[in-house]
Write a protein that binds this ligand. Structure first.
Ligand code: ATP
Ligand code: MG
Length: 253
């Protein structure tokens, strides 16, 4: 459970904007263990979404490496990368909209259509059941509430049984009840399947429940805390097992 799943080493990201270089990430070292529940918090503009994009292999760092269980994904070609991403990472991002002309069930099946297979329909139904939407299978996104759409997006993110789920403000637009339900689901999936979660949130309550909180500020990691008193987490059950002190994380041993 405690092996590193993702290792971000000395990552910077600079955007060119109107002839100016804007250094948005200024040297990030971060290690995420298999089965961990990690939240990223920090003020608007700190670089949280940018980092999540890089970890999600949707964009390349300017410098540095991102390794998944030892493989440097910044070196993969585009078709290998697309396959890796589809298989290994689930995204719950607000720009990853559901497709409006398809039903909830079809939207959830979407990531698996490339591979096909008869079990796809059944798995999508099971996932929608898990997120409490088995009574909304044939609704299109426009016929679902915001919270229901968010849960469809989550079911879709889980279709390929990813080891890692990246979520960018997954409860941002939800009322407190729907938001509690989504949070509960994350913890439940982590407990039952050992899925690793990396979640950006502005919700203090949500962040406070998470076993590990990484705070970003101005393109850097400002603090990185594990809290044993927070909710059960498979990765926390054997904290001594190969764990490095936080200050050493992401650096070669
Ligand atoms: N493609 C881009 N080109 C130029 N600047 C960018 C680009 N993407 C992001 N930025 C800038 O990088 C900084 C960090 O953006 P990012 O989206 O990572 O912030 P964030 O921490 O997610 O903030 P928020 O909490 O508001 O979502 C911002 O100041 C933003 O304007
Ligand atoms: Mg953001």
């Amino acid at each position: 459970m405690s092996d590193p799943l993702v290792t971000v080493e000395n990552v910077t990201k600079t955007f060119e904007h109107e002839g100016q270089s804007l250094e948005v990430l200024k040297g990030i070292d971060l290690e995420i263990r298999d089965g961990e529940m990690v939240t990223i918090v920090g003020p608007s503009g700190a670089g949280k979404s940018t980092l999540l994009h890089l970890i999600g292999t949707l964009d390349l760092p300017t410098h540095g490496t991102i390794r998944y269980q030892g493989t440097d994904v910044t070196l993969l070609g585009s078709s290998d990368l697309a396959e890796f991403r589809n298989r290994s990472i689930g995204f719950v991002f607000q720009f990853h909209h559901l497709l409006p002309e398809f039903t909830a069930l079809e939207n959830v099946m979407m990531p698996g259509l490339i591979q096909g297979g008869r079990r796809l329909d059944q798995r999508a139904r099971e996932l929608l059941d898990e997120v409490g939407l088995s009574h909304r299978l044939t609704h299109r996104p426009g016929e679902l509430s915001g919270g229901e759409q968010q849960r469809v997006a989550l079911a879709r993110a889980l279709l390929m049984k990813p080891k890692l789920v990246l979520a960018d403000e997954p409860t941002g637009n939800l009322d407190s009840q729907s938001s509690d339900a989504v949070q509960e689901l994350f913890f439940d999936l982590n407990r039952r399947h050992g899925t690793t979660f990396l979640i950006v949130t502005h919700s203090r309550d949500f962040a406070a429940m998470m076993p590990r909180q990484v705070a970003m500020k101005d393109g850097r990691i400002d603090s990185d805390e594990r809290r044993p008193q927070s909710r059960a987490n498979p990765a926390d059950q054997k904290p001594q097992d190969g764990a490095q002190p936080l200050e050493n994380q992401g650096k070669p041993t």
